[in-house]
Design a protein around this ligand. Structure first.
Ligand code: 4NP
Length: 157
């Protein structure tokens, strides 16, 4: 099982989500590999956003990351493409070659069991962009990511 986390810049949200899933899956001994990508090429080759990395490291997650852009080939290697917001979903679906690709795409927070009753286009299912925000914005993103990843792991178990 390969899970790809996708956001816009691939420096804040999706590397944090990949860090959380990678660490939690390892702890559980789950056979899950994790990657991440951004729909934009702005930060390709860069490391993670400093605040994002500090927040996930402080929470006990260890993860190395270099930013990359999402490409069509990611549909071939990923079983699940988990996007952070509706714009990411639109941009990823624009590259999909058909229902097999499109069927792999979901909002990460759709796996949060406390949000299970929401429609798939409900804005409350989005992980807000914390770029340029405060530490507490990044900590809120981490909380959303952790709940969703726990829900994902429970569903896959
Ligand atoms: P991310 O945050 O999509 O969570 O990595 C952003 C990072 C960079 C930019 C926007 C969002 N940017 O416009 O450069």
């Amino acid at each position: 099982m390969h899970v790809l986390m996708v956001c816009l810049g691939n420096i804040c949200r999706s590397p944090m989500a990949a860090a959380v899933l990678d660490n939690k899956a390892s702890e559980l001994g789950a056979n899950i590999t994790v990657g991440s990508a951004g729909t934009a090429d702005y930060h390709v080759g860069e490391g993670p956003n400093v605040m994002s990395q500090q927040v996930w490291t402080n929470a006990g997650y260890q993860y190395d990351h270099t930013a990359a852009q999402f490409t069509i080939e990611h549909f071939d290697t990923a079983d699940l493409v988990l996007v952070m917001d509706a714009a990411n979903r639109r941009d990823v679906l624009r590259l999909s070659r058909g229902p097999q690709d499109a069927g792999k795409v979901a909002l990460l927070r759709s796996y949060d069991p406390t949000l299970a009753e929401l429609d798939s286009d409900d804005p409350r299912l989005e992980v807000p962009d914390p770029w340029g925000g405060s530490r507490s914005d990044f900590e809120e993103v981490l909380t959303m990511v952790e709940r969703s990843v726990d829900g994902l792991l429970a569903r896959l178990a």
